[in-house]
Structures are given as C-alpha cells and as structure tokens.
Design a protein. Structure first.
Length: 502
C-alpha cells in the first residue's frame, strides 16, 4: 500500500519552485536510504493535501522523477521508487541566478551493482551536470520496445482470463509459455528439450538461487569464471559451498586449469557440484567460448558428475555470420542446466526467466520454487506466450538486432577513430556491451571515470569483476543498447578527452 506519510516540506519563499523542492527531497530520501526500491509513494492528491499545495505540483514532480528513472508507475500499484534507479538523474534546474547545492545522482550500474571497491567512482565524490551519454550495460533499449503489441497481448490474456487462471497457478509456469520457450530454444539455440523441463522463474537470478539451494551442500565446490558478475559471486557465496574462480582467456573458461587449480588448493575435483559459465558472451569480457572448450567442459563435468549452469543472458544478440548453438545443445550426458531471461530481450520489469533442467531435478527444483514465491505472475506468462506465438517477439528481436548492430558499429568506429592503437576491445562479436581497455594513459580507472563524468559521460570500471589479475590498463564496460546512436561519437570524444587523448 502507498506510504501513508512522507516527511517532506516546502518553502513558499525558497529559491526553488515547489515541484523542484518535492523532486529534490524525494531524491535525497532515496540517496540516504529512507526510501528504497519498491517503496510506494503517497497518491498525488494525498501528498498535495499534506503539503498544502496544488495537486499539479506533485503530479509534475512525479512525472519528472518518472522520466528520470527514479519512479515507476503501474496500473493498480500506484507510484513506487524504481528498483533500478536510473544512473543519470537530474533535478530540475532552479531559476537563473539561483545558487543551490547540486543534488548528487544515485550511482547504480547497469548490472545493479552499487559502486564500491578501489576502482569505483563513489557517489560522494561526484558533482556533475546532467549526463549526456551513459554507457550503461545490462538493459535493452526500453524506448524501442513495442508497447502497443505488448499491450494487445496483455489485453488478450485478460480477455481470456477465468476464475481458475486468477488462482494460484502451477509453480512450473503456464503450459503455453513453456511450450513456446521450448520451441524458441529449438529455433535459436539448437536445443531439443521437453517443455516439461522448462521451468519459469522470476528472472534468471531466481533460477540461479534455486539451483544453489538444490545442489550445493557443505564442503561442495562451485566453479565460476574469473572475471565474473558480482551478483553471481553473492548468490553462490551465501551457500554452504566453496566458490573457486577459474580464469578466462580468449576461448572462454580455461578448462585445463580446473583440476590443477583445485588440487593445488587441496580440493578434490569430485567435490565440484556446479560450474557456472556464460559461453555465448562471457561477462564481462564478452568472449565467446570456443567449440573446443565447450566440448572439454562438457567432458570434464560428465567425468566428475558436476552440473554446468549455462547463463545465456544475451542469447539473441550475435553480430557474426555464425550463430553458435547453446552449450546445452550438445549435452548428451544431461549435465547442462540452461538459464535464460526475457529481461534483456524485452524489458527487466517483466521479471520472467526460465531454466531448462534435467528431468531428475524438476521435482526438487519446483519444490524450492513453490516455497520461495509459489508462482511467477500467471496472466503475464499467458501474454508472453501469445507474444511469442504470433510472431511479435521475432519481429521485435529482428528490429533490435538491426538497431544494436548500428549502435555497435558507431561505438567501434568512434573508439578506433579517437584512440587508434591505444585501445583494446573485447566482446564485440555478441551481446550488448564491450570491454574496453585504454592503453598507456597514465591515469587510473577512477580518474578517467571521474573526468568523463565531469564531461557528461558515465562509464563503468571493470576491475572489480576480477578476483585475480585485474586489467593492467584502465578498463571499462561500455554498453550501447540504451544510448541513441547519434550520441555515441560525441560520448567517446568526451571519454577520450577525459583520458588525455586529444
């Protein structure tokens, strides 16, 4: 329910307009932790009455903060603080000549990682103008999502709704959607899977969390790539098992290093229960795992009776002539668990992901999911099933591939044009970001990121993703999906200035 009372006040004689004051105080409440992602705000009419101002003042403030990514509004749920507050937030400028302290933006990376660690640009040190180019990674181009087609699918789903479909549904998800996902994976990832193996989850993160609970016990071992997503280390780290990092090179996880690395640490390879990999677009390097390494990893897992968790988070977006099939497509021993999500192809707020698990794990997987959240939203699943079956999804993916290809080309041309031989780029073959190392700058990641932000460009340091051997040169994850093509060249030009390249 909405927050019954929000401690705000306005000054009639202040230098800021009333709606600017409301904006500023809500932003500050988020930055100080008094308001958190998902918290509901009072209805505009109620807050207007509390502040003794016109409702127009509150509506205008809410609209501005919604446009900046701080708020999200859903029919029937009111206005809430966004779970993934936009990293580029600005409070409306005061009247000309008015002197006010700048409101610092809430710094949240594209992968929902709060900035921390030696390579991070900290919120307290940043004072910037509105960001011109945010090379955010981890989100699709939401402004290009076909809202009208999705609205039709949702309306049709509710038109078919019955009393039973409004009740608690099956933990495994809507049958129609599971059938469509199995068909989609057969087409795009060369996988042959029974719809009974396709289990719907609340995003890929829940699938991974369930797998850890299901498979990892005390003294078991989980192997992860190095570098790796910070959230994954957190998910695996809360288990009773031991997390061991395995280096990645230009072909993906170095499978030949696994056994020697374990034995050097006194670990029996038979204790390994899970091997987590991102073979289609390794995070964050963007490397595509070679066929040789894929075969070797499947052989290693089969020999040691370990499960491979294949996180195919960017599965639809490749930019080479060869679209390599999923690691799971060549799995004859049933050791690969495939995890996917619609957050990157459609929109994160949908919160629908899935796991394709071996038949012998289905029952236990669903037992844990039933306890965790009973079921994922049912009607939205029916809408997504229609979106897939009527061709809307395929058309959307086709448009996005063309758009992302254009933005990727603009990014690469700008990088090579500005930095020449002073840049090293990894991951351009697939996905929605690249890993960029700037050579011989004499500056640190933090210094470059700070100077870039002063010039209106936000970039994301990469060193924190490495547990061993971080990049010798300042390196950044540059996402391009959310950034208009025409802003990319100027954004890179400003980054080059920040790095001391003229």
């Amino acid at each position: 329910m909405p927050t019954p009372y929000l401690c705000l006040h306005v000054e009639r004689e202040g230098s800021l307009s009333l709606y600017q004051q409301v904006c500023r105080q809500i932003v500050r409440a988020v930055q100080e932790g008094r308001l958190r992602g998902g918290d509901a705000l009072p209805p505009s009419r109620a807050l207007a009455e509390q502040l003794n101002v016109s409702r127009t003042v509150v509506v205008k403030a809410y609209e501005h903060l919604h446009a900046e990514g701080y708020l999200e509004a859903r029919r029937g749920s009111g206005t809430r603080i966004s779970e993934t507050a936009a990293s580029a937030v600005s409070v409306p400028s005061p009247a000309a000549g008015a002197a006010v302290d700048p409101v610092l933006p809430l710094v949240v990376s594209g992968d929902s990682r709060l900035w921390r660690g030696p390579g991070a640009v900290r919120e307290s040190s940043l004072v910037s103008e509105r960001v011109f180019a945010d090379f955010r990674h981890g989100s699709p181009s939401l402004q290009d999502f076909p809202v009208s087609a999705w609205r039709k699918a949702v309306q049709d789903a509710y038109a078919r709704v019955t009393s039973s479909s409004l009740d608690y549904g099956p933990a495994e998800g809507a049958h129609a959607l599971r059938v469509e996902v199995a068909r989609m994976l057969g087409h795009s990832r060369a996988m042959v899977c029974d719809p009974a193996q396709v289990l719907m989850t609340t995003g890929a993160t829940q699938a991974l969390d369930i797998l850890v609970r299901l498979l990892v016990r005390k003294d078991d071992v989980v192997l992860v790539e190095d570098p790796c997503h910070l959230v994954l280390r957190q998910i695996f780290g809360v288990s009773d098992g031991r997390v061991v990092s395995v280096p990645v090179d230009g072909e993906g996880m170095r499978v030949d290093d696994i056994t020697p690395r374990l034995r050097a640490s006194g670990i029996d390879p038979a204790r390994v229960r899970l091997v987590y990999v991102t073979p289609s677009h390794q995070f964050p390097t963007g490397v595509v795992m070679s066929r040789r390494r894929r075969h070797a990893l499947r052989e290693w897992a089969s020999l040691h009776e370990a499960y491979i968790v294949e996180d195919d988070y960017h599965n639809e977006f490749t930019f080479t002539e060869e679209n390599m099939s999923a690691l799971a497509s060549g799995d004859e021993s049933g050791r690969v668990i495939y995890v996917g999500t619609f957050s990157k192809t459609l929109f994160p707020a949908l919160r629908i992901g899935f796991a394709v698990v071996p038949h012998e794990l289905v029952r236990e997987f669903l037992g844990i999911k039933w306890i965790a959240d009973r079921l994922s939203p049912s009607v939205e699943q029916e809408a997504l099933a229609q979106f897939l079956s009527d061709g809307s999804y395929a058309r959307h993916i086709g448009r996005m591939r063309r758009l992302y290809r254009q933005r990727r080309r603009a990014l690469l041309e700008a990088l090579y044009g500005r930095f020449g031989g002073g840049v090293r780029i990894s991951g351009e073959a697939a996905g929605l970001h690249v890993l960029v190392s700037l050579l011989d700058t004499g500056l640190s990641e933090e210094e470059i990121a700070r100077e870039a932000l002063r010039r209106g460009v936000r970039v994301y340091p990469a060193s924190d993703y490495f547990t061993e051997n971080p990049p010798a040169d300042p390196s950044f994850l540059l996402g391009y999906a959310c950034l208009p093509t025409e802003r990319i060249p100027e954004g890179i030009a400003r980054l080059a200035e920040a790095a001391g390249v003229r």
